[in-house]
Design a protein around this ligand. Structure first.
Ligand SMILES: *Cc1c(COP(=O)(O)O)cnc(C)c1O
Length: 475
């Protein structure tokens, strides 16, 4: 194991964030049989992977890799990953993971505390926001069906009136709200999206209108989803007001804090999550702004009793729990069975760095995003699209003022395409009001404004190349 790990460490390089290899280039590299009759031996296999796979990976630890919510993983998290993989504990029963079971519960309790949830709070680690959002809406649906229709969905399936069930979220909410509605047998049309304001936050007047309209139409909203950190803009919905609307109507209040949850680490920004403590459920991802390797997320519930909507006991897994002893039975809180000890990653990071240092990392990236926004705003050839709420900065390359939206879209799409196969910077693309835009998600605390400036220069170069190519085509 020692020599294998050493070989792996040697193979992790630090050149440009990406080689620019195309899908065809990569397919050509992997032409050896995946399942040979006789193996090549571990040393050779690792060398092959280093040369073909690792060398052509994007490097999220590179300061000019700033596209998605793909974080540079911190070393405590990598050390924890080695420990949890090597010991291979499985959280579905105490006898497969005794200390891990107890520690996950303690990490969950600490997270409840971090988000100011009451003592009755509970939670479970998940693969990430997708799973957390799904599970939250599952519990919300089943509680509502029990209360409203006296229906036990776990046993009897959806009631006939399920067609009228609705989930309310903002138009900037993550697509997994709709995906969850599909998986829950409600269909994506069950998700009603509310307009956002100038800051990409759910608009409260629009929310009130939506809720009244649903009432008039005899629809049954069973959950309001607030987002703390939208993926494109980092915007945070007005959580206290959403909590109020949910409480008035006795519907479930879920906060998707997959991205913004890490603000809770910061004294400076923590108050921006006010209202989250009133959520029935919170999704938080550690593989984003908590800098842990993928995958690592959690679902927290304000009232741990709400896990009863999915409880089950498998006789072979937890015989002790079956006998109602005090042995923890985490499988009853998860949509997974065999489950990784991902809780070790944030645990080691919390212990090693403490809240203050972790909070400072987050703060530094928010500061960098503000500086990057100023830089873009001052540049004649760029157009800043958002005032960053967290560390996502959306902008467009606009070398001359005369371009209309269509031309800007075309140019930015072409620039981003060129950029992908350039490899000197990794930048995301998104649409804002149907205009193609570029996005930096500045998660890396070691990145500086010089790195951002260098990325912008690379975009300019790609832009010139695109313009020259277009000129040649039209000439
Ligand atoms: C990333 C993200 C998700 C999806 O989470 P995964 O960890 O990718 O499954 C959901 N909601 C928001 C707001 C996100 O940023």
């Amino acid at each position: 194991m020692e020599s294998a790990v050493e070989a792996v460490l040697d193979a992790i390089g630090d050149d440009d964030p990406f080689t620019g290899a195309t899908p065809e280039d990569l397919a050509d590299k992997f032409d050896d049989p995946v399942v040979p009759e006789e193996g090549v031996g571990l040393d050779v296999a690792i060398d092959e992977v280093a040369e073909r796979v690792l060398a052509n990976s994007v490097d999220p630890s590179h300061p000019r890799c700033a596209a998605h919510l793909q974080c540079p993983p911190m070393i405590p998290g990598l050390a924890a990953e080695a420990m949890l993989s090597a010991t291979n504990q499985s959280l579905d029963s105490f006898d497969q993971a005794p200390s891990a079971t107890v520690l996950e519960q303690q990490v969950i309790d600490a997270l409840g505390h971090l988000f100011d949830l009451p003592a009755a709070a509970d939670g479970v680690f998940t693969s990430g926001g997708t799973q957390s959002n799904f599970q939250a809406l599952l519990l919300a649906r089943d509680r509502y069906c029990d209360r409203q229709f006296g229906r036990d969905v776990q046993q009897a399936g959806l009631p006939r009136k399920a067609k009228s069930l609705r989930v309310v979220c903002s138009e900037a909410a993550h697509f997994t709200a709709k995906q969850a509605a599909h998986y829950l047998g409600l269909g994506e049309n069950a998700v009603v999206t509310v307009e956002t304001d100038d800051g990409h936050r759910m608009d409260l007047d629009a929310l009130d209108e939506t809720l009244s309209a649903l009432e008039r139409q005899g629809r049954e909203p069973f959950a309001i989803v607030g987002t703390a950190g939208t993926t494109d803009f980092g915007s945070i919905d007005p959580l206290p007001e959403l909590a109020e609307r949910a409480a008035e109507r006795d519907v479930w209040f879920h906060v998707d804090a997959a991205y913004g949850g890490a603000l809770a680490l910061s004294d400076e920004h923590g108050a921006r999550l006010a209202g989250i403590e009133r959520a029935d459920s919170v999704a938080v991802d550690f593989h984003k702004l908590f800098y842990q390797p993928i995958s690592c997320g959690a679902l927290l519930l304000r009232d741990g009793d709400e896990f009863r909507w999915m409880a089950r006991n498998a006789a072979y897994l937890n015989p002790e729990a079956h006998d109602e002893t005090d042995v923890p039975n985490l499988v009853a809180k998860s949509v997974q069975t065999t489950r990784r000890f991902d809780a070790l990653k944030p645990y080691l990071a919390f212990r090693a760095l403490g809240r203050n240092r972790l909070g400072a990392l987050v703060e530094s990236t928010l500061d960098l995003a503000d500086d990057a926004a100023s830089l873009l705003d001052e540049a004649d050839d760029f157009q800043l699209v958002n005032d960053p709420a967290l560390n996502a900065v959306v902008f467009r390359y606009r070398p001359c003022k005369g371009l209309d939206d269509e031309a800007i879209s075309e140019l930015n799409a072409a620039v981003r395409e060129t950029l992908v196969y350039d490899g000197r910077a990794v930048v995301a693309r998104t649409d804002v009001e149907d205009v193609t835009s570029l996005k930096l998600t500045l998660l890396n605390p070691t990145a500086t404004l010089d790195d951002v400036a260098e990325t912008l220069d690379t975009i300019r170069e790609c832009g010139s190349a695109v313009e020259t190519a277009q000129y040649e085509v039209s000439a």
